[in-house]
Design a protein around this ligand. Structure first.
Ligand code: GDP
Ligand code: MN
Length: 378
């Protein structure tokens, strides 16, 4: 789950990380009021769950409350990378001398969190990572020991941070680590962490990703989920307990089991196709869940064929077939569907689908080939 900038920064603040004064607004007149309260130059920041808002024109300075209202009107009317802006953060503007990058994520290969830091922070950090990766310092954190003071000092030295900031930098780095760890985050990032013209360290931007699988023990974080800001298909899938991730290809996949779903995607690619989604309907999926899954797949206009790959263990093939038939009555699919059913009650399942005009396959390879051909219109 992605958190908005204002949510991430409010968490950072609880961990002693200095952030600018400011509040979130849903209308331009609210933005004006906040700017009046702050009584300074402000920055109006679109709250959408994508990066690169600055480059997209979603971050703008305003000199006075009147200008704040104008700029907020403009930004609240924008769409950034397909996401409508529904809220803006109105922050006291900072005068920036230097932009630093500081982030923590999981390093799966090292099986540890890794803190990353760069003196070349700001909106070009992706370019820095691509072209001059040596400018990004990496330090692994032992989850049992936490971030050690010497590690924070090593980082400060490596990015040539002036000495007078080391103490505060250490507190910020440690706060970020604690926030990351306590919230079960998969990413906690400050970009930029700035040195202001009056020589303070300040977290101007904040980003956190929370592990969905840990949300059950963070009801306060779970409540922060912004349903307006997520793909409708993924919200619908979550409602039915389906693991669904939308992808860019044109072959919809309905599979039971995460491993089988990955294999199915691999085999589609092997035969020259592109999966439109990852979807695991889970074990023991009943007809209504299957129907929901098919509705979600077919709602994607890119989908030119659907591949069902069901191994009936706990999930019974006849239940899946019934779900497919229910969904087909509702959504009247116009795309070809290829089905491979194996396992418990497979025969019964196949019989149910026999009249439904579906392409059947005996093996997974056979099914993938047929789906790729079907998606190409052959
Ligand atoms: P992002 O583009 O989505 O990462 O949004 P950021 O919050 O990081 O803002 C992008 C850029 O806008 C920053 O790197 C800064 O250069 C600039 N910016 C953001 N806030 C301020 C501010 O208070 N004052 C000034 N002068 N620039 C700002
Ligand atoms: Mn940023």
């Amino acid at each position: 789950m992605k958190l908005h900038e204002y949510q991430s920064k409010s968490i950072f603040a609880k961990y002693g990380i200095p952030i600018p004064k400011g509040r979130v607004a849903a209308t331009a007149s609210e933005a004006r009021n906040i700017a009046e309260e702050l009584g300074s130059r402000v920055v109006i920041k679109s709250q959408v769950l994508v990066g690169g808002r600055g480059k997209a024109g979603g971050i703008k300075l305003a000199k006075n409350p009147h200008e704040a209202e104008e700029v907020a009107t403009l930004i609240l009317g924008m769409e950034i990378k397909g996401l409508p802006v529904r809220k803006v953060l109105v922050d006291e503007a900072a005068n920036i001398n230097k932009e630093i990058y500081l982030g923590i994520t999981n390093d799966r290969a090292a099986r540890k969190p890794v803190m990353m830091c760069s003196a070349a922070g700001g909106v070009e950090i992706e370019e820095v990572a691509r072209l001059t990766p040596e400018k990004i310092i990496r330090v692994h954190i032992d989850p049992l020991l936490g971030l050690r003071d010497y590690q924070a000092r090593d980082i400060a030295a490596a990015i040539d941070l002036p000495r007078d900031h080391w103490r505060t930098f250490g507190q910020i780095a440690n706060g970020l680590w604690l926030a990351y760890n306590d919230c079960d985050a998969t990413l906690a990032e400050i970009n930029p962490l700035v040195i202001t013209s009056d020589n303070r360290l300040l977290a101007l931007d904040g980003k956190m990703l929370i592990d969905d699988n840990a949300l059950f023990r963070h009801s306060d974080l779970a409540e922060m989920r912004d349903l307006d800001a997520e793909a409708p298909s993924e919200i619908e899938a979550r409602k039915y307990g389906l693991s669904f991730i939308k992808l860019d290809g044109n072959i919809g996949c309905m599979v039971n089991g995460a491993g089988l779903a990955m294999t199915t995607m691999d085999i589609i690619k092997l035969f020259g196709g592109e999966p439109a989604n990852f979807l695991d309907i889970g074990g023991g999926a009943a007809a209504d869940k299957v129907a929901a899954a098919l509705r979600i797949i077919l709602a994607d206009a890119n989908v030119k064929a659907v591949l069902f790959n069901i191994f009936g263990g706990i999930t019974r093939c006849d239940e899946v077939a019934r779900g497919v038939l229910t969904a087909m009555e509702e959504v009247k699919p116009k795309v070809p569907m290829v089905v491979r059913l194996v396992g418990t009650n497979a025969e019964e399942g196949r019989n149910l689908l026999a009249n439904a005009n579906m392409i059947t396959a005996k093996t997974l390879a056979d099914a993938a080939k047929k789906a790729v051909a079907a998606a190409k219109g052959g």
